[in-house]
Design a protein around this ligand. Sequence first.
Ligand code: HEC
Ligand code: HEC
Length: 483
Amino acid sequence: MRILFSSLLTLTTLVASFATESAIVPDVSPTEAYPGGKASVSFKPFASFMLPAANLPDDEKPAFYAGKALGHQPWVKAPTITTARDGLGPVYNARTCLACHVNGGRGVMPETGEQNLVSAFLRLSIPGKDKISGVVPEPTYGDQLQSQSVALFHQLRHMKMKKNDYEAAPEGYAYVDWVSKTFTYPDQSSVELRSPSVRVENLGYGELHPKTMMSLRNAPPLHGMGLLELIPQQDIDAGADPMDKNGDGISGRVNRVWNVETGAAEPGRFGLKANRATIKIITASAFQGDIGITNPLFPDQPCSANQTTCQNTRDGNDLPEDVELPEELLEMVTHFMLNIGVPKRREPNDPDVINGRAAFYETGCAQCHTPSFTTGYSPELPHLSKQTIWPYSDLLLHDMGPDLADHRPDYEATGTEWRTPPLWGVGLSGAVNGGSNLLHDGRARSVEEAILWHGGEAATTKERFIHLPKSERESLIKFVESL
Ligand code: HEC
Ligand code: HEC
């Protein structure tokens, strides 16, 4: 009886909220077909997240392509004759940016626990807080497990060469074993879901600290970063409701992170936990942490004080800058990152898509996946300024419940919070590089699986989705895939 009563109650609440929310399905705007405003690009005949914004001025194209080349060509071990591209490692995760952000898209997760983890990595830390790095790094391994190194025995590991003590060992090899479960809808149709179980082998520097927290993160796609950077902070703040004053069960918080350029704590909006303030900073930190390339913002090699062989390995620093990537080249890659175009919508007027659009608003997806913003003005990026854009993200942190939790705080973000990812282009993920690995750890193989993992603040929305008739669920997914 009690069960019946409570489910009746849920049903009435659902119906009531449906009634109020159906009023908020906005009319279709003609601008929706161009999610990146005038910077939107056509994805025919090639699907790629590396095309320049459609309105990038001609005189900036050489810089864009130079930045793309720097993000694409592999870095090599120092010393070499090509001083401009040496300095890889000593420990690193990949040799290029685009090895992980394949074709500018998201990373491709290994299918089985035998394959190496390539485009995703593990962030590490121990309990505690640090104003500058946001976390207390694992004392020996630092805040990221670098699974590669320039050591010959590692490069030739298929020849079963032995580890030695004069070359820096990789920090450890990471693998993901997928654990499957079946989700059954109230209408009895079912979907297989998988979640990762992480395994670290061949630790190069002894045991991890017993309190180590690990966060598996897959590389997100790179298009539209300049437009996201130009969203005025006050417009992002306007969506935040940390105390849930409006009582809709959805809070939304701004992360506060260290800006190495200004030397102050500032709102974060990039990275999966909104753990970086600007594209230049996340680019520079990726050079250091992911490839082992030092630069003016992050001038130290990715070796901790306890990794002496790593520290003593020859670097690729060139004078006068005394870093591996001088400011000028960092600016070029940043320029490339800021100016990648956003795909135009595919078939936005298909009746099924229009139907799914209404369901998207009615179920509450738009409460976090904020459809639209207008970018502010930047003298450096006039072509990306004052554009009406449709990223479908509030760029805020949300508690997504225990199933998605990594239990590893990052600055102000808790172990259950993640930044709402933009949904523009999500339907092209597979076409861009075969990697339809959605969510922070790439566990979801489709939009449907991604929705079914939503919990926490998104639990009510997910319930509404689950209770939609199958055909309406399919329309909603079709809408998301058309973004
Ligand atoms: C080993 C794989 C790997 C490599 C190499 C790599 N990245 Fe990433 N990238 C990631 C992951 C994983 C994240 C998410 C990080 C996080 O949230 O902590 C990320 C995040 C980003 C973001 C933020 C996107 C967003 O939506 O906020 C940008 C921009 C970026 N990377 C640029 C670069 C650039 C530029 C390079 C080369 C200098 C690079 N990455 C190299 C894996 C990689
Ligand atoms: C409470 C806020 C919230 C609501 C409501 C919400 N989402 Fe999300 N969504 C998120 C967050 C945060 C993530 C990232 C979670 C992660 O990576 O673990 C996410 C991830 C996703 C992804 C994966 C995107 C990617 O790039 O990996 C899709 C697709 C998605 N949501 C669609 C939807 C749809 C459709 C709805 C409505 C049925 C919805 N979301 C409702 C916050 C929300």
